[in-house]
Ligand binder design. Structure first.
Ligand code: SAM
Ligand code: SF4
Ligand code: SF4
Length: 344
């Protein structure tokens, strides 16, 4: 059998560097662009037995690390709904990369439960946190999240994360034309000088339920022009190769802001991310239709080496570049996996 003693690269020479793990497909919000109520109130979520348990996640994480993964991000669904997620963080944060550095463990959350959990997450070894917030008024937030949660709850969660030292906290705002684009400037104004890095994300055509159309997308260029006309910005260098957010700094020293132009400036050529779904399937693209089952082999006695080989083989076959091809697509729209299941 082939043994992997080296990092893997896919068919477009992209290494495997990042792993996103969806720890639950459930959520306490119903964001219209992600889990629209019409589609998800009747949805059958995964039964408990189908979820990877923490030991299984850790075992797979070790295989991914063996192949080159340096950073792990827990996501979902809403990861803070997974009972005992701190225990999982603790075990993942103890792992080391092939070069002997601690693996960086991060988490993306809607922050509804963050005020209560921030300290425990920090104590467990979480390195970084990204919170999602799509507007500053309860009215806009209600429109985007389709819930009665108040903006104050999310802001309290963000403040708690900063307080316990999960800094710098990043905040993601998905921008949908005509729904929350009027909040771009208020959001920029609110998070300037706060230590929080706000990033604006173009609304994407993930899954098949969010009714995406190009007219709803506010291009990153337009977002930046808006910000620049109110608060002048200067471009900053990327922190590392393959960083998806374009970084900008307020010219007056008010901190950093970013845009993620997944639709209008695709970054597939630098995409080094694998995704592990809640039930243990490996997806090599956010827009994939099919994943490779890892849970089956895991539960029927595969050795660590067999699991590593399986993952490596799938990565080597990878040629995904959905976002680069999006506008050239001539085929019929295909079935795509929902983001809450595959992990955002
Ligand atoms: N529930 C957590 C949260 O909302 O942060 C984690 C999972 S969520 C799927 C991860 C990120 O994906 C969030 O920042 C969310 O705003 C973003 N997202 C979800 N659907 C999206 C879409 N259609 N376009 C762009 N970003 C999206
Ligand atoms: Fe839930 Fe996050 Fe999706 Fe909103 S974006 S529905 S918070 S998983
Ligand atoms: Fe990566 Fe797929 Fe997104 Fe391209 S479309 S950046 S390959 S996840």
């Amino acid at each position: 059998m082939r043994g992997y003693g080296q990092f893997v690269a896919d068919s477009l020479q992209r290494p495997l560097r990042d792993l996103r793990i969806s720890v639950t497909d459930r959520c306490n919000l119903r964001c219209t662009y992600c889990m629209p109520r019409e589609a998800f109130d009747e949805h059958s979520f995964l039964p408990r037995a189908e979820l990877l348990n923490f030991e299984e996640i850790e075992r797979l994480a070790r295989s991914f690390i063996q192949l080159g993964v340096q950073k792990i991000r827990l996501t979902g669904g809403e990861p803070l709904l997974r009972r005992g997620v701190e225990r999982l963080i603790e075990s993942l944060a103890r792992l080391h990369t092939r070069e002997g550095k601690p693996v960086e463990v991060a988490l993306t959350t809607n922050a509804v439960l963050l005020a209560k959990k921030a300290q425990a997450l920090k104590d467990a070894g979480l390195a970084r946190i990204t919170a999602s917030l799509d507007g500053l008024t309860d009215e806009t937030f209600r429109h985007m999240s389709d819930s009665d949660v108040s903006v104050r709850t999310v802001l309290d969660g963000i403040a708690a994360a900063q307080r316990v030292g999960l800094a710098p906290v990043k905040v993601n705002m998905v921008v949908r034309r005509g729904v929350n684009d009027h909040e771009i400037i208020p959001m920029a104004g609110h998070f300037r000088n706060s230590g929080v890095v706000l990033r604006f994300i173009e609304f994407m055509d993930v899954g098949c339920t969010n009714g995406w159309c190009m007219d709803d997308v506010v291009p990153a260029r337009e977002i930046l022009e808006k910000i620049n006309s109110r608060y002048p910005v200067l471009q900053a260098d990327p922190n590392y190769t393959g960083e998806v957010a374009e970084r900008w700094r307020y010219a007056d020293g008010g901190g950093e802001v970013g845009v993620i132009a997944s639709v209008t400036q695709a970054f597939c050529h630098e995409c080094t991310r694998a995704r592990l779904s809640t039930d243990g399937k490996l997806y090599t693209c956010l827009f994939a239709s099919n994943g490779a089952d890892l849970r089956g082999p895991l539960r029927t006695g595969a050795t660590d080496q067999m699991l590593t080989n399986l993952i490596a083989g799938k990565w080597e076959q990878r040629f995904d570049r959905y976002s680069q091809l999006r506008h050239a697509a001539t085929e019929r729209p295909r079935e795509k996996i929902e983001m809450s299941y595959i992990g955002g």
